[in-house]
Design a protein around this ligand. Structure first.
Ligand SMILES: Cc1ncc(COP(=O)(O)O)c(C=O)c1O
Length: 483
């Protein structure tokens, strides 16, 4: 593709993206893609084109198979999983990044990539209310951040064993503590970091799904008595299923007393800390060792953009650094080389998303979005609490409500079938999208408020449709039993 062909295609595509966003804003497409499994694959040629195709034909295929071949995460009635960043300022940044065609291997390979990352991580540290003791870097995901955190924990406990025989040379097993409510990436990270599944303790939770700190202390003491070495705790502020909040202050006190690494996973709910009224959920965080907040979830930035903060950047660099001759430069002593702050060598210009978003929209817009979404969530929680047969199964501290519709007499598997049925009906209708999940051994429905275009009227419309669908479905079920 030459420059002029690029210009023509880019203008056409920008126009198409704008039309797509306009269609979403007017709630035109069904939230769930109507494609059948295999339909897109069958429509594509089985061999790659040898010769260039005409732009118009390619754009038409994009329309038919791509724009309508995805779930519409940016739809105002997308209530599934979690809000995903699609802010247009960050989309512009992605275009610039790819337009530059650069990669950061060291400072010299793209000085702006490094220095804008340094600047925005200081901005974000301040905006999230963290002290200046933290240093941040942008990783691709919370999952990678968890791997880095647990490797750093392992290296601290073993006095840098990786430089010699690694975990294989250790005489006692190292243990990691989290809960069954933690994201699946935590156990995966522990396994990848070499701890082994058998050495991950899933600490008991309380009725609100948060970590029970007495059980944590007991598990640590038990492991010590059995000759194991407690190494890391992964606590979550805003768990995936219910957005439960582990008590960071009490957990941090245990971590400090026991000399254990504390990683705090705030991938989803960390964005709320842009608003100071939510920061009490981070009480005690200043004693943690590492923290992750995904800006590509509720903080508007297009994926991937995950903020990883550490207290001891020197330790991080010691664990992660590589220094092959071909990457050395004359200025290495004066600059930051972010390749030494994580796993990949070649780093993309993710910081540009943050920089352009903050410059073009301002931090207050991000903060107001958090307040809007939490206000809408509180409204929905009030409706659920005030309506017969509807129950919330967990507190809703941020933007997710976990609920069930429980008609009189429906229990156990019959209740599960009812929950899955009304949720599926709404999803298949295309009106809205919700995620069912198992919480406390029962199916529930998660309502995740907060896609960028979602306003109060969308939450009100969802509530009306949920009530009608679930209540009609329960009546139909009762009528069937009676007949
Ligand atoms: C609490 C929590 N931690 C971690 C993750 C994983 O995030 P990522 O996809 O960036 O690895 C999620 C994703 O939903 C999450 O909710």
């Amino acid at each position: 593709m030459n420059n002029e062909q690029f210009r023509a295609a880019a203008y056409a595509l920008i126009d198409r993206i704008v039309t797509y966003r306009e269609e979403l804003a007017s709630k035109t497409p069904p939230v769930l893609s109507k494609k059948e499994p295999g339909e897109i694959l069958r429509a594509l040629p089985t061999v790659a084109p040898e010769q260039p195709e005409n732009l118009a034909a390619v754009l038409q295929d994009l329309d038919e198979h791509v724009f309508s071949g995805v779930m519409h995460w940016q739809h105002p009635r997308f209530f599934g999983y979690f809000p995903v960043g699609g802010g247009l300022a960050s989309v512009l940044a992605a275009i610039v990044t790819n337009g530059l065609g650069v990669i950061g291997l060291n400072w010299q390979s793209a000085p702006a990539l490094t220095e804008i990352e340094t600047a925005v991580m200081v901005w974000m540290r301040d905006l999230l209310g963290l002290s200046s003791a933290w240093n941040g870097v942008i990783q691709d995901s919370a999952s990678s951040s968890a791997v880095v955190a647990l490797i750093c924990a392992r290296e601290r406990t073993t006095a840098y064993s990786a430089a010699a025989g690694g975990l294989q040379a250790e005489s006692t097993a190292l243990t990691v503590y989290t809960t069954a409510e933690a994201h699946s990436s935590v156990v995966k990270a522990a396994t990848l970091a070499g701890f082994g599944h058998d050495n991950v303790r899933l600490v008991e939770t309380d009725a609100d799904f948060s970590m029970n700190t007495q059980a944590l202390q007991a598990a640590i003491s038990e492991d010590r008595a059995a000759g194991k070495r407690p190494c890391a705790i992964v606590a979550t502020v805003g768990t995936t299923s219910t957005t439960a909040v582990d008590p960071i202050e009490a957990i941090a006190a245990i971590a400090v007393r026991e000399g254990i690494w504390l990683h705090v996973d705030s991938a989803m709910a960390g964005s709320a800390m842009l608003a100071p009224e939510f920061r009490h959920y981070w009480q005690g965080l200043e004693s943690a060792d590492s923290l992750v907040v995904n800006a590509h979830k509720w903080m508007t930035m297009a994926p991937e953009c995950s903020f990883y903060f550490v207290r001891d950047a020197e330790h991080l660099v010691r664990v992660m650094s590589t220094n092959p001759s071909y990457l050395r430069t004359d200025v290495d002593g004066e600059v930051i080389n972010y390749r030494d702050w994580g796993i990949p060598l070649g780093r993309t210009f993710r910081a540009l998303k943050v920089w352009l978003t903050l410059r073009l929209e301002g931090a207050d817009a991000l903060r107001q979005r958090i307040r809007r979404d939490c206000g809408n969530t509180a409204w929905l929680a009030q409706q659920v609490d005030a309506t017969d047969a509807w129950e919330r199964v967990a507190p809703a501290p941020f933007q997710t409500i976990c609920l069930i519709h429980k008609p009189l007499g429906l229990e156990g598997e019959a209740l599960d079938a009812h929950t899955l049925d009304w949720c599926r009906q709404i999803n298949n209708s295309g009106f809205a999208y919700l995620t069912p999940a198992i919480v406390g051994e029962r199916w529930i429905v998660r309502v995740s408020v907060g896609s960028e275009l979602m306003e109060r009227e969308d939450v009100e419309a969802l509530w009306e449709v949920m009530r009608k669908t679930a209540e009609d479905s329960a009546h139909a079920h009762t009528a069937k039993i009676i007949s």
